[in-house]
Ligand binder design. Structure first.
Ligand code: 9MR
Length: 861
């Protein structure tokens, strides 16, 4: 054995991602979680009831009268076996009052070749059983199956200490990380930041060069050594090439003898990412057939969970363990993730981020009035209904959330059930329409109720211009929910078990703040403002270094208070806005400190389940700071932060399906489970994986990745739900950021016009339901504007009644005023006026915050 010096050892570690373990003589265990210490994790079951871990054993009730042993089962899939190797299956089992079950090891797919099959008579007394066999073929799709049907009478089966041992140890896992020059595999904006990371043993600066598609060197420079990066354990250098701004495709970055994956430099690099990230939601819809004409035949499927057999939901769903005495119709909504549960806590943040992405278009200069989110931008059935498609998509979830509200006259009326999901976990894959499990409501919770209040309040203001009735329905739900939450402020989520995620949350003060903020922004009412300002979150630090998420939602309220027009007292609003900038500055500092340039600290604690969404949420804060100030450093931070998601990381991995040379495609999902069944598709383009998770919270990741440095704790395998699932709250973070990024690269050059605007509200008439106002737009440029269009959005549901001095019309919230035949030419220094009468739905009457002249944002005096 060669003895390495400490420095050489570090260098070796830097180049391989994981240390290579010596082959061990230990017997190889093929069962994960055979002692059920991790609950039912890793185990499938079907045809049984009340299946769960009881006193450290896996127990299930098997119904009487199933015709065949295989009509009910418990087991594990994807067991790898080697031809000619000997294996021993061992387990402890009881059955009360007694039954014969079949213990089998077989191929887990057609033709179900049997490798071992034993019928065992079980009794209430524990028996330890062991069987040995020789595998006849190589497979990675073996199955350990306890086939438990076929008994004449019902019985209770319990299993423990299940083990399958044999075969040679697998070689240690070493991920293929490709070239050591790590770039954003999608590309860079021409006028955006351009950074890359080089993994190298070198400690001194090295040369780098940028080559175009023809191989010509178009830029060059020297790397900056950064030492050993904590998150990856790698010795790295950074490469900065922002100075190169020429658009093109097929660029590569070359350094230390390595050539990066190719990438583009283009204004349009993110143009398609926005609809891709949003399209995920339609494909996750429950309760409606997915139309192949819209999204491709491979994603077409019949409606799931509409009460059609074998589905047992979602049109009349009982409460688990008889925790209520009514049933609810909770059809619709989006499936949460790789499972088909529907959770109010988590549906809330996801639909909020979609709505906020739209709401941003009302005030953010670069959002250009939402052209990229308008009606017709998504392939959804509602396209062409004159409502922005992103709102149509949000409505699908909002209607579901409202169905989860306890109806009047029932105990806890106005509260929302925390979640609904299958009674037992279903197998991978399971299409929604094939799910035969009972669907069950879990008890109402304060957290869910406040998620409902917050999102329906936001709904009320955003839908007001498009559908007054729906807006009113949302507002009623919001007020009722908020009042119910205040009456039941500490009803923490009570998880009664079953086949769904917990989404437990024992601190609802942040949800209270978020809901109060949304209700205040929508209604302007003093009572909600009082609750906003009384909350400790109003002045506390709501922007953690590791980002906000479904369980910490105060930032959602704060961001909306900072951006949505309201009558928040000026000094308070200023402080709220400053808090966003202060947080953004701290995320910029993190980006600087991380050699991979991401807004996430480099500690193991920062790499947790779903952390990719927290990284994107930090990018949302940076982006909002840019929207508020126009300061380039925030935009550049947001843009650079996204590089990590698209491959500038230790694994050289893009975490978005279809985006980048090496992109995640085997995410954990029961629907798009191509890795399990080649006739099924991969997840659709634009699906985000949860990402590196140093907690290794699933058996597959634990078995494969133990000892990983945080940024290496990821595997693109369908079994690894804790590193590689899809989820609505992760894709909503991606969608928000994608929309921002698309706006930064708008293909049109910046308009040449410059202008200043003033807006005067001359006051109310008709009991405060109408008002008269004037816009004065001055051409502050040096050239004549020949033909003009002034645009702004009403953010308080106002409707234009009549206008003078210009031809004005309102579509949705947006008002466009064009010159008349007599005032077409606006000379430098000249002012165009638009006077109008408009009505309000009541409540606040905010002034427009973004007013453009021929597409250019006008400054205010
Ligand atoms: O995203 C959730 C993550 O923050 C939690 O740590 C994890 C464990 O409770 O659960 C994640 O949410 C999962 C949910 O419970 C069930 N559907 C899939 C979700 C994503 O993995």
């Amino acid at each position: 054995m060669t003895v390495l010096t400490a420095a050489a050892a570090t260098a070796t570690l830097a180049l391989t991602s994981l240390t290579v373990q010596p082959a061990s003589a230990e017997p190889v265990q093929h069962i994960t979680n055979g002692d059920f210490a991790d609950g039912t994790s890793g185990w499938y079951s079907y045809g049984t009831t009340a299946t769960g871990v009881d006193d450290g054993q896996l127990c299930a009730t098997v119904p009487a009268g199933l015709p065949n042993p295989w009509d009910a089962g418990i087991g594990q899939n994807d067991v790898a076996l080697q031809a000619g190797a000997a294996y021993t299956l061992a387990f402890d089992a009881t059955a009360a009052p007694g039954a014969t079950v079949r213990a089998a090891v077989q191929l887990g797919a057609e033709p179900y070749t049997s490798y071992l099959s034993r019928d065992v008579a079980l009794t209430p007394a524990t028996q330890h059983l062991e069987y040995t066999f020789t595998a006849p073929e190589d497979t990675t799709a073996g199955q350990v199956a306890f086939q438990v049907g076929g008994g004449a009478a019902e019985y209770r089966l319990c299993l423990d200490n299940v083990s399958l041992v044999g075969g040679d140890p697998e070689p240690p896992y070493v991920p293929d990380t490709g070239p050591r020059v790590r770039v954003n595999q999608v590309g860079y904006l021409p006028d955006g930041p351009k950074n890359a990371t080089l993994v190298t043993a070198a400690t001194e600066a090295l040369d780098w060069r940028l080559e175009n598609a023809a191989g010509a060197v178009v830029a060059s420079g020297r790397t900056t050594p950064r030492g050993v990066d904590a998150a990856s354990g790698q010795n790295v250098h950074t490469i900065a090439f922002s100075g190169f701004t020429i658009a093109g495709s097929g660029y590569t970055l070359v350094a230390d003898g390595q050539t990066s994956h190719p990438f583009d430099i283009s204004r349009t690099v993110y143009e398609r990412l926005r609809p891709d990230a949003l399209q995920f939601f339609y494909i996750q819809r429950s309760g409606v057939a997915i139309d192949g004409n819209l999204v491709g035949e491979e994603y077409a499927r019949p409606a799931g969970h509409l009460g059609v057999a074998p589905n047992k939901g979602d049109t009349s769903v009982p409460c688990r363990a008889a925790s209520c005495d009514y049933r609810l119709d909770v059809r619709g909504g989006w499936y949460d993730a790789g499972d088909q549960g529907k959770y109010v806590v988590n549906g809330g943040i996801a639909v909020q981020q979609l709505m906020s992405s739209f709401e941003r278009t009302k005030t953010a200069v670069t959002a250009a009035h939402g052209a990229g989110l308008a009606d017709g931008t998504l392939r959804v059935p509602e396209r062409g209904n004159a409502v922005p498609d992103i709102l149509d998509e949000a409505r699908w979830e909002l209607e579901f959330l409202m169905r989860m509200q306890v109806p009047a006259g029932r105990p806890l009326a106005g509260m929302a059930h925390h979640k609904m999901h299958d009674a037992n976990w279903t197998a991978l894959p399971t299409q929604p329409e094939d799910d035969a499990e009972q669907r069950e409501l879990q008890p109402p919770s304060t957290a869910a109720t406040l998620n409902l209040a917050a999102t329906t309040a936001q709904c009320a203001r955003l839908f007001a211009p498009y559908d007054a009735a729906f807006s009113a329905t949302c507002l009623t739900a919001a007020r009722t929910a908020y009042a119910a939450a205040k009456a039941n402020p500490a009803k923490l989520a009570q998880d009664l078990g079953g086949g769904g995620g917990a989404y437990g949350d024992d601190d609802v003060s942040d949800e209270f703040y978020w809901a109060a903020a949304e209700l205040y922004l929508t209604t302007g009412e003093a009572a909600y403002l009082t609750d906003v300002t009384a909350s400790r979150h109003h002045t506390g630090d709501v922007f953690a270094a590791t980002g906000f998420s479904w369980g910490s939602t105060a930032a959602l309220g704060r961001l909306d208070l900072a951006t949505v027009p309201s009558a928040l007292p000026a000094a308070d609003r200023q402080r709220v806005r400053q808090s966003v900038l202060t947080a953004a500055d701290s995320y910029l500092a993190t980006i600087e400190a991380q050699a991979y340039g991401l807004p996430m600290p480099g500690t193991a604690a920062a790499y947790f389940w779903g952390a990719n969404s927290n990284i994107l949420n930090n990018i949302q804060v940076l982006a909002t700071a840019f929207d508020l100030t126009g300061a380039a450093k925030y935009r550049d931070g947001a843009v650079q932060g996204a590089d990590h998601i698209f491959g500038r990381n230790a694994l050289n991995q893009s975490y978005v399906t279809g985006w980048g040379e090496k992109a995640s495609q085997n995410q954990h999902t029961r629907i798009y489970a191509h890795q399990k069944d080649a006739s099924l598709p991969h997840p659709p383009a634009g699906s985000l994986a949860g990402g590196a998770n140093a907690g290794l919270d699933d058996p597959f990741a634990k078995a494969l990745l133990t000892g990983c440095k945080p940024m290496f704790c990821y595997v693109d395998d369908i079994e690894s739900y804790a590193t590689n699932e899809v989820a609505i709250n992760w894709n909503s973070a991606l969608a928000w950021v994608a929309s921002f990024l698309a706006d930064q690269g708008r293909a049109e050059p910046a308009p040449a016009v410059s202008c200043r605007v003033s807006y005067t509200n001359y006051g109310d008439w008709a009991d405060g339901k109408g008002f008269t106002a004037q816009l004065a737009v001055t051409n502050t440029g040096t050239t004549v504007v020949d033909g003009w269009a002034v645009r702004f959005a009403f953010t308080g549901g106002q409707r234009l009644r009549e206008a003078w001095s210009a031809e004005a019309a309102q579509s949705g919230a947006t008002v466009t005023a064009r010159n008349t035949t007599t005032n077409r030419r606006l000379q430098p220094g000249a002012t165009a006026y638009l006077g109008f009468n408009a009505t309000t739905p009541g409540g606040p009457n905010p002034a427009p915050e973004l007013i453009t002249l021929n597409g250019a944002a006008c400054g205010f005096p």
